[in-house]
Write a new protein. Structure first.
Length: 288
């Protein structure tokens, strides 16, 4: 009877050890892939990220949004002319220079509106240049190394059946957690690009208000938001650099499960800070 019990116990231990190693094998591959893609994604301009989508956005903006922006600019220019005349004592104190000033401002507004996509691309070209140079400074592997798993199997063989069962449940939870975190990283990085495309598609409307002092706050806040979402990529890249340093600093000796949980904790922290980058960038540029 004792021999049978020992055989069943050994069989269960081998089954649990195999299950634990199977759960941990390739555990961080998806997260490592997502993290490795971040530097490439955030350093790409909207036109280069997906030329087909950018062409669609540009065509939609120029054929649908730009005519509306033209009407807004006409209203803004007319309103400013009327307000300027009223301010001059109802035509009793008129200087010809103010009409030249109005014509110059209107012509400049039309020129800016007709080149709005060049302005938007210039903003992202600047942010891409900064991100590219920063990527050369933020070096080091961000991969979670499998070295911590090399000695794990030997440690597991010395454990009893009960702790092995508990450890098996932990590894299942870790596996689900890492899959969820890889999805979160994907949503944050690609969501930023979709936000850029949505901002780009409506660019003519806020830009049309820039020439007016009273309504220009709309256009100014749009430009601030544009710079904020562009330089958010730098903050995302900085988060990845810090994450890589923290992960590589985890000791691979000692309890490997604690090291793995530490990596999971740092990955959760990475996702939390990636969510915060948008808010931080907007606060820096004063966008709301």
């Amino acid at each position: 009877m004792g021999i049978l019990t020992d055989w069943i116990t050994d069989w269960l231990k081998e089954l649990l050890i195999g299950g634990i190693m199977g759960n941990l094998d390739g555990l961080f591959d998806t997260v490592n892939t997502r993290v490795g893609e971040i530097a490439v994604q955030v350093g790409t301009t909207p036109a280069a990220w997906n030329a087909g989508v950018f062409s669609l956005i540009r065509q939609l903006s120029e054929t649908v949004i730009l005519p509306i922006a033209g009407l807004i600019l006409t209203f803004v220019a007319t309103y400013e002319l009327i307000q300027m005349i009223i301010d001059r004592n109802n035509l009793h104190d008129i200087d010809t220079w103010m009409f030249f000033k109005w014509i110059f401002k209107t012509a400049a507004a039309i020129l800016i509106l007709s080149n709005v996509f060049n302005i938007v691309n210039a903003v992202f070209d600047v942010s891409q240049s900064v991100i590219t140079r920063s990527a050369g400074i933020i070096q080091g592997s961000t991969d979670i190394t499998p070295g911590m798993l090399d000695t794990l199997e030997t440690t597991l063989e010395a454990m009893e059946l009960g702790p092995l069962l508990g450890l098996f449940m932990q590894t299942l939870l870790i596996g689900w957690t890492m899959k969820a975190l890889s999805i979160v990283i994907f949503v944050i990085v690609y969501g930023r690009m979709l936000e850029i495309y949505m901002l780009t598609s409506l660019a003519p409307i806020p830009v049309a208000t820039l020439s007016n002092r009273e309504m220009g706050s709309m256009g100014q806040n749009y430009l601030k938001s544009l710079f904020a979402v562009g330089f958010q990529g730098l903050l995302i890249l900085l988060c990845v650099g810090i994450y890589g340093v923290l992960v590589q600093g985890i000791a691979t000796g000692g309890d490997p499960i604690n090291a793995i949980w530490g990596c999971v904790g740092y990955t959760v922290l990475l996702c939390f800070m990636l969510f915060k980058t948008g808010t931080i960038a907007k606060s820096v540029f004063g966008a709301h």
